[in-house]
Design a protein around this ligand. Structure first.
Ligand code: ADP
Ligand code: MG
Length: 252
């Protein structure tokens, strides 16, 4: 079996596993969340608590709720990943998906200027909902890294038989240590609750399964640029109006 087919198969069984695990965890977690939450509220409203119970109210129970929120965020990310995996590949136009992703993260980018330069890149073949997920993850990261007044720029262009999507921010950038680890599952530099460390691991899995790759450039204090390279569905020469198609119909 080819390397790519093997990777595809591995990712697809990972998706099935993720869906199963997320489903199994989800029900007990909502039960645990609501019970811990009610218990904390009940104890807070109880006058004259003995000191050992007051400690639970001040430390252990709030920490438990933080931990639960983190598990819930991870389960949500895993479910998104797994759901996208069930999607059948189709022909799609990239600019529509870029706009869909921008609409989804709109609220998270309101503190910075968002510029788009969407070129004519032709048709792609793949799972557009997964591609939207990747764009959402990259845009959310860019928004989180960028201070008020910063800029995020989304550019698409065609490069031979590949399509390039760049998401560039003027945010905090990354240290060499972060650059080395950013695609590792659960690697995050964010506070618990605001990051699961799954966004880029999922993005990497999705783009690899589409036969593409992600390049990253970053300078601490200046900003970062994530570039997706995806194969175009058809070589330029075979697209509508392409020169060699005319050649062929003339000679036929
Ligand atoms: P999360 O966002 O949950 O932390 P990700 O996998 O999306 O997880 O990102 C992993 C880490 O990569 C982030 O915690 C952050 O340190 C770094 N990172 C990703 N995108 C950017 C960016 N645009 N600018 C600066 N750092 C980034
Ligand atoms: Mg992220």
């Amino acid at each position: 079996m080819h390397q790519r087919a093997l990777e595809q198969e591995k990712l697809s069984s990972l998706g099935t596993l993720a869906a199963g695990v997320a489903h199994e965890i989800n029900n007990p977690m909502s039960f645990v969340t609501s019970n811990v939450d009610s218990l904390l509220r009940e104890l807070r409203d109880t006058p004259g608590l003995p000191p050992h119970l007051q400690e639970y109210v001040d430390d252990a129970l709030p920490a438990t709720l933080d931990g639960i929120r983190r598990v819930n965020a991870i389960v949500t990310d895993l479910r998104r990943f797994a759901r996208g995996d069930a999607e059948a590949p189709v022909a799609y136009e990239l600019d529509g998906e870029v706009r869909a992703a921008l609409r989804i993260v709109h609220g998270q980018l309101s503190h910075c200027a968002v510029e788009t330069d969407l070129g004519d890149v032709g048709t792609l073949f793949g799972r557009p909902r997964q591609i939207v997920q990747v764009l959402v993850n990259l845009l959310a990261n860019a928004g989180q890294a960028t201070r008020a007044g910063g800029r995020i720029r989304v550019t698409t262009c065609r490069e031979g038989d590949a399509v390039r999507v760049a998401i560039q921010d003027t945010g905090e950038g990354m240290s060499p240590e972060t650059l080395k680890r950013l695609f590792q599952p659960f690697f995050t530099t964010k506070a618990p609750g605001s990051g699961t460390g799954l966004g880029l691991a999922v993005a990497h899995g999705i783009i690899t399964s589409h036969g593409g790759r992600i390049d990253v450039e970053s300078r601490p204090g200046e900003g970062s640029c994530f570039t997706l390279h995806l194969p175009a569905m058809l070589p330029r020469s075979q697209e509508d109006g392409g020169p060699s198609e005319k050649e062929e119909s003339r000679s036929a």
